[in-house]
Design a protein around this ligand. Sequence first.
Ligand code: MLY
Length: 265
Amino acid sequence: NPYTFAWEDYLGETGSVGAPQVCFKQHANPPKNEFHCGVKLEAQDPRNLTSTCIATVVGVIGPRLRLRLDGSDNKNDFWRLVDSNDIHPIGHCESSGGMLQPPLGFRMNASSWRTFLLKTLTGAETASSCCFKKEPLSPRYNMFRIGQKLEAVDRKNPHLICAATVGAVNNDSIFVTFDGWKGAFDYWCRYDSRDIFPVGFCAAVGHPLQPPGQKFALTSGSRFKSRVLNIPPPPPLQSSSTGIDKLSTEIGKLPISSSNTGAKV
Ligand code: MLY
């Protein structure tokens, strides 16, 4: 039964603990999923983050939505949580002064975009604004510790959430390792990624959980001897792009005077 992985037994056998809820950017009480297949919404194009596109819900599992961008193919589906800031009701983009864009790889020529948009939205069922839940706050800093267990999206098979371990911690990043698998699925992510969840999350929301794989060193007493980690270098320290954005915004607001123009700034 994919809903009932025995975390308690596994934590005991491996002598490990789950990362505490407060480490995660997830609500302690996960939101209800009130979307259903077929409804349309606005979503950021994951392959072109400056574009807001029309998407259709093509799958619903627990608090997750499988989305397909209208005008794209069925090979680029992606998943979002119902409390993601990347999704909004139809009309949100226009009401905030933006324009809906064709997805990267739009399958018609650009001039047919307006016609396509009109057609795809005419008579469409749109997701009600009450389906969209408030995104949780980010924890103030990275509180993860090496060895803590968690549940994590397999980014190569993003419909899957799997048993995982914090393999390394570096500044605002953690290295997610998948228990019982060789390193091929492991990845670095920010501590406030929406792809990582506390132990027990899947059971609580009715999402299947992939138990550990079978690739354990068959030495020592336990079935679950941890493997030797091959940890790739962490991502370069972000010179906090948001910080820079904010700084340049602030600079833009400064009154122009002899003290802040000219070469000596
Ligand atoms: N068919 C794939 C699935 C791998 C899933 C790995 N996750 C659970 C970490 C394979 O067997 O390679």
